[in-house]
Ligand binder design. Sequence first.
Ligand code: ADP
Ligand code: MG
Ligand code: ZN
Length: 479
Amino acid sequence: MQFEPVIGLEVHAQLKTKTKIFCACPTTFGNAPNANTCPVCTGMPGVLPVLNKKAVTFAIKAALATNCTIAQESRFDRKNYFYPDLPKGYQISQYAAPIAEHGHLDIETEQVGVKTIGITRIHMEEDAGKLIHDPMRGKSLVDLNRTGIPLIEIVSDPDMRTPAEAGAYLRKLHAILKYIDVCDGNMEQGSFRCDANISLRPAGQTQFGIRTELKNLNSFRHVEKAIQYEIDRQTYVLTQGDTVIQETRLWDPEKNRTVSMRGKEEAHDYRYFPDPDLVPLIVDADWIARVSDHMPELPDQKKDRFISQYQLSEYDARMLTADIHLADFFDQAMTRLSNAKQTANWVITTLLGLLNAQGIDITRSPVSADNFASLMGLLESDTITATVAKIVFEEMAKTGNDPQTIVRQKGLEQVSDRGELTALVDEILAQNPDEVAAYRNGKTKLFGFFMGQVMKQTRGKADPKTVTPILKSKLQSGS
Ligand code: ADP
Ligand code: MG
Ligand code: ZN
């Protein structure tokens, strides 16, 4: 029997506020354990939470960027459960009346092209603390610095059908949140976390099957691999005639498998009820308008602009706008350049190649936007050849120096002097009589060989536009 996977994702994004959601403690990462705490976020008796307005503004921004309808009135609820990282014994969240609902965003995959994924809801909540287990001493330590950090949870509709679609959705959502500057997107530090819900159903059936929920997915790659594993596992279970157990499973990135963690809790387990310490949250049309007026260009809009302003292909524009910092880098370089296609190629192939090899993102690029633009400028003015530009780029990556200095120091300016190049061509033809004879007997593919020799002898500095006609006429002339 053929089974169709059904996937829905829940994303927790940490909002980039300076202070926590219900107290004035700082949200900085990496401070000494429990340094960022106060009676409110440690759940002391008698304290009262005060909602951080900036967190609401960020949630509104995220809701607008994902085409959600914003509730004029939403409420905070208590989600009750006991765990040592939750000092109050409940998490303040939004359950019955979230701040936003009914959104969507477009993703693109190779198999199905553009597809719209529904967003069920976005709600605001506070983060829990962190447990650090110390098996040597048989102890667990509690760090409450993260307790009370503002989060939004973005819940997708169960609209995805493949790991690739889930990956595309996550990358798009990640890009959007960074574009609108409400979340730093750091997955290693847990600022952007994903749970994946997966079920299978017989092809053609409309009713959904029983799902499992996967946790501990802290990279895009892990999400895709874990979902694929879970699809395979559930397929096996169903093919055996067994039923999938509704449960929460953990992805083990070392062993490349998911393992059962606990039975899936149901909403009623949490005894949700409205938090009596917080008044309903009212978001009026003015507030929404103010946020909307300051909305920056979103990924799809930037992509469309890149296509029209720079005449780039859909592919190039998508690559360049996948990350806001990369898009800014390109925009900045283009203020001084005219050949957008050439610049796009260099960014996508050479620069991204370097960054991927070093495992860093554009914000930590050893080559600055300014120096990169200068290098492209030298190419555009035919001061250096593309071969030399590669050498200079590598030097720039190593030293951080500007390209003019490197070109001067290494004597890499392009050679386009006709006399000099003609003499060199004569020399090369004299050194390779067999190839010359073969060429004249019709093996014209050897043209590349001669060009290669010229480049070798000039260390890539010969201007191909000058060399080509000289080489052609000398080879054909038979003299
Ligand atoms: P919970 O908070 O208990 O995980 P939700 O109803 O909020 O439950 O659903 C969470 C996510 O699970 C949503 O992204 C939703 O799209 C997805 N989902 C719900 N049912 C299924 C299913 N049968 N198969 C796959 N995903 C599902
Ligand atoms: Mg869930
Ligand atoms: Zn606090």
